[in-house]
Design a protein around this ligand. Structure first.
Ligand SMILES: [Zn+2]
Length: 184
């Protein structure tokens, strides 16, 4: 049985790049701290990456959000260095990350994440990362529906939104759908 920590879209463009903001920057230490405690507690980790192609502005998401981000091959699409360093360090001596990590997705939520996790015996899922009100909530709702009998939680101190208000709204919406909102 595996406890899974899902780390959503901790990529340069969402932290310091084209869609970054101060709240996302400020949450980085909490995300790293949680990843480290999760590892100590024997959790397994899967990171997701939002990855778009050069034609982003012509995609459905791009027409509605015309800000180029996470274009394949650019620095903005990479996971932040702090997480890449952890991956290097940990993969040297243990299998902390699921082999499917980082999982690429072409828009907010991905059915692929549920499919990958369905291949493991999952005991519990915790979700952290950015942005609470877009990609965290989209994937949390998919996982909540895909795994109705296990605990799915979102760790609010390890998430940040587009604005503080939209972050708070998303937490309320997830709580209403039986996603446990935790802080640790
Ligand atoms: Zn995107």
């Amino acid at each position: 049985m595996k406890k899974i920590l899902v780390v959503i879209d901790m990529q340069n463009d969402f932290i310091t790049g084209s869609l970054g903001n101060d709240a996302c920057k400020a949450v980085v230490p909490n995300v790293l701290k949680r990843m480290k405690t999760a590892r100590k507690e024997g959790w397994h980790i899967i990171c997701t990456k939002d990855v778009h192609e050069d034609n982003y502005l012509e995609t459905g998401e791009g027409r509605r959000l015309p800000v180029k981000h996470c274009i394949r091959g650019t620095e903005g699409a990479e996971l932040i260095d702090e997480i890449k360093n952890l991956e290097d360090e940990w993969n040297n001596y243990s299998e902390v990350f699921l082999k499917e990590s980082p999982l690429e997705k072409s828009t907010f939520g991905t059915m692929e994440l549920a499919k990958v996790l369905a291949g493991y015996e999952i005991e519990e899922i915790e979700i952290i990362g950015v942005c609470t009100d877009i990609c965290v909530i989209s994937n949390a709702m998919i996982l909540r529906s895909a795994f109705p009998d296990i605990e799915v939680s979102v760790n609010e101190i390890c998430c940040a939104g587009v604005t503080d208000g939209s972050h708070a709204n998303a937490l309320k919406a997830m709580e209403a759908c039986q996603i446990n909102i935790s802080e640790h």
